[in-house]
Design a protein around this ligand. Structure first.
Ligand SMILES: [Fe+2]
Ligand SMILES: [Fe+2]
Length: 286
């Protein structure tokens, strides 16, 4: 299992070791005792990634990134063009995987398809990580991948490496460290500002084109403290509770197995062209 240090440039090395890390924590059928220990010594790359992530993801930072990227000023692209653009991101430091980004997306969507799920969910699998183009816009990895969590209220102890929040300037602002912080009881996840990353960005890009269930999967698939650990229930609305099972349903497909067969992108492309055209216009704003 590779644990490479987080790259400072464009690569996604941390995403692969993070994928292993998360899979180790949450893989179905594992007993509590078998969960990987969150040990900085055993997982130095992952620990360093979260040290940066927890230090720099402040409320102010998240609000600024939402303002910047929710304006969708990065140009028009088709879904396939975005996938090909993401594919230019080559991870040359992880000897464990030789999958391209498109192959990873198709591995997820093909697993969903093989289980007979609806077409919108297959498409959701294919697009779920396209928000990682944030790396190509120059965002550091700690602002693109990794577990997400709400900012503007108390940090849950269920977030990985909670000790690293001590270095976050928001920790010194008592008004941001109460149970509800800037939020209200059961205000609904949509009103929360989650730490910035590819989930929120892609959820916003797709907001007019995919069903709500899909948008929940996109927006919250990295919000592990919530969907696997039951944290932040006091901020959930009734609607969130109805949507929750869909986020759970998506999770096992996100914890892809690296051993699975490589999808044949060329052969599968016509199927995905049709599927994309069923839900998305030729080009959308990014
Ligand atoms: Fe993701
Ligand atoms: Fe993924």
């Amino acid at each position: 299992m590779a644990t490479t240090a987080p790259k400072t440039s464009d690569g996604l090395a941390i995403e692969d070791s993070w994928g292993d890390f998360v899979a180790g924590r949450y893989r179905e059928g594992k007993s509590e005792a078998e969960f990987r220990v969150y040990d900085a010594a055993a997982q130095p790359g992952v620990a360093e990634f979260y040290r940066l992530n927890h230090q720099f993801q402040t409320l102010e930072f998240v609000l600024a990134k939402e303002k910047e990227y929710f304006a969708l000023q990065k140009g028009k692209k088709s879904i396939w063009e975005a996938a090909e653009y993401l594919n230019t991101l080559v991870d040359d430091s992880d000897p464990d995987t030789d999958l391209t980004q498109i192959e990873h997306l198709m591995q997820t969507s093909e697993a969903i398809r093989a289980d007979g799920h609806p077409r919108w969910m297959i498409l959701t699998g294919f697009v779920h990580d396209l928000g990682k183009v944030l790396c190509l816009y120059g965002e550091p990895q700690w602002a693109v991948v990794g577990d997400t969590f709400p900012v503007g209220c108390a940090y849950s102890e269920k977030i990985v490496f909670p000790e690293y929040f001590a270095a976050n300037p928001d920790s010194a602002k008592p008004e941001l460290q109460t149970k509800y912080g800037i939020y209200e009881s059961n205000c609904g996840l949509h009103n929360l500002h989650l730490s910035w990353g590819h989930d929120a960005y892609m959820g916003h890009v797709a907001r007019n084109y995919l069903p709500e269930e899909a948008l929940y999967m996109l927006r919250y698939h990295s919000f592990y403290a919530w969907h696997q650990q039951g944290a932040y229930e006091h901020l959930m609305s009734e609607y969130d509770k109805q949507m929750f099972p869909w986020v759970k349903k998506f999770n096992p497909y996100d914890l892809y197995s690296k051993g699975a067969a490589k999808p044949n992108v060329k052969e599968l492309k016509p199927y995905y062209d049709d599927l994309i055209a069923e839900f998305f216009p030729a080009q959308i704003d990014w």
